[in-house]
Design a protein around this ligand. Structure first.
Ligand SMILES: [Zn+2]
Length: 215
């Protein structure tokens, strides 16, 4: 006779559930920066938190954080979900399983080219730029214009799908959701957690390196 209870307790306590296919909606909640990867909570999460995993220089997990209340006492569901997703995403793209692999995948992507183009021409932080949705005659949906803090046009982003919304969120141009778990705040946290020692010292003295301004 089957005993489902026994079967479910045979998994190690707090071990991640077996990985299911990574849906596009779920991968849209992932963000990564250098050697760290973060996960935004779902819109229906009743105890939302921003989970972050940081890898060391060998790609091994070095530390983990989550802003939810549960994480103060034990490993929360957000961290377990993130660990599973990061492993799955990176394995599909590079065969590795950590934030370093995600960063390598990013550097080969169109998002990296876009970021480099913006950084070469402007040293504003993402939340200092201005975004404007415009609808010209003949457009079926608005295109996104991005301007520097001194009013110079940096980019017209013509795509009108979910990626346009994601770019707006990255620039902190959408209202902060309840609980403060926005894409912009997650990216700020990832940036702070992956500073090198010399960048930290520069920042404390009020300077940013080119590398930091770019990222
Ligand atoms: Zn959590």
């Amino acid at each position: 006779m089957k005993n489902p209870k026994k079967k479910s307790t045979s998994r190690k306590k707090n071990a991640p559930a077996p990985a299911a296919a990574l849906a596009t909606g779920d991968s849209n909640r992932l963000e990564f920066h250098r050697n760290a990867v973060g996960l935004l909570p779902t819109a229906t999460d009743r105890t939302p938190g921003q989970a972050i995993l940081v890898s060391d220089e060998h790609g091994e997990e070095a530390s983990r954080y989550c802003s939810c209340k549960v994480a103060r006492r034990r490993t929360c569901a957000h961290l377990l979900e993130l660990a599973g997703m990061a492993r799955q995403f990176a394995a599909k793209n590079t065969g590795k399983n950590n934030g370093t692999a995600l960063d390598a995948a990013f550097r080969g992507s169109v998002w990296f080219q876009l970021a480099k183009l913006l950084a070469d021409d402007c040293d504003d932080t993402p939340d200092a730029v201005r975004c404007e949705l415009r609808k010209n005659e003949g457009d079926t949906a608005p295109v996104l214009g991005i301007m520097s803090s001194n009013g110079k046009e940096l980019l017209v982003y013509a795509s009108q799908g979910a990626d346009q919304q994601r770019l707006l969120e990255r620039c902190g141009q959408v209202p902060e959701p309840a609980g403060g778990c926005s894409r912009a705040s997650l990216l700020r946290q990832l940036g702070l957690l992956t500073l090198t020692e010399s960048e930290r010292q520069l920042l404390e003295r009020g300077f940013r390196s080119y590398g930091l301004a770019f990222q």
